[in-house]
Write a protein that binds this ligand. Sequence first.
Ligand code: SAH
Length: 306
Amino acid sequence: MNDQLFVRPDNTSLPSAAAPSVGSCTLVGAGPGDPDLLTIAAARAIQQATVLLVDDLVNDAVLEWAAPSARIVHVGKRGGCQSTPQAFIQRLMLQEVQSGEQVVRLKGGDPFIFGRGGEEVEFLRAHGVSPRIINGVTAGLAAVTSLGAPLTHRDHAQGVVFITGHAKPGGAGPDWAQLAQTAHSARLTLVIYMGVAGANSITQGLLRGLPGDTPVAIVQHASLPQQRQAITTLTELPATMAREQLGSPSIIVVGDIVHCAALAAQAERSVDPQQGGDPALHNTSSFYDYDSEALPTRAPRRAAQP
Ligand code: SAH
């Protein structure tokens, strides 16, 4: 099955990257959960790994790309360890590279969006190892897209802030009131990671700069079959999360683009799935004048049956 992914339409295979002869380390973004969201570069790196160090929130299905001989080590809480200390993971990565292994450090979403990829890279570089990074689809992006909402729809937002709801131990964490004021005046969407435990205090802070009726979405297990979500308002956020029992891992999205999610949900309910939308807009490959108001009319593919 694995080989088939790399077969081009003309039936030639993609050349695989030359296998390195010394140890190496690649930080790979496994995406938000759906294994189909893995990049080709990620799948290829997983195939070539001799050791995989796997985080929590990485869907086991992506490990199907690993070679049968590869050693798979779960280094997250759900892997059996209470919570593998970060320093231990970093030392393990280095030790495996130094023993000549092709190490893949598999992280949920994107390796450089939260999730401590930056610390791991700094540690490796300080020890003379230069890791390769392969991006993944970050959970915040997948969560918003799964609702049918464009993250930066220009009618609703001018930008987006990816922010953690979980302060570094000993750190003060974001100034939510200040952030809310900026988000309000600059029309920014807030995409909050790790915000479940602190949802109450985050809400109180945000209400000091954003109207109580600001739309909010909570998306749990984005992109996975067990995905659940709710659309509510800022004032109602904690009560909605409690009532709908939305827990971790979830993304909380705050801002007017959530209106698009509500509209998308409405449209989905009213569309007959047999119809599948306007057939004239499917399978087009022509170039359009994007500035013109009207779509060009297309000749029917085949003559209508008499
Ligand atoms: N590097 C990851 C984020 C790691 S921080 C990324 O780019 O996505 C962990 C947080 O990410 C979780 O607490 C949750 O807020 C979010 N998260 C990860 N996977 C998720 C998913 N499938 N659905 C919703 N939130 C998710």
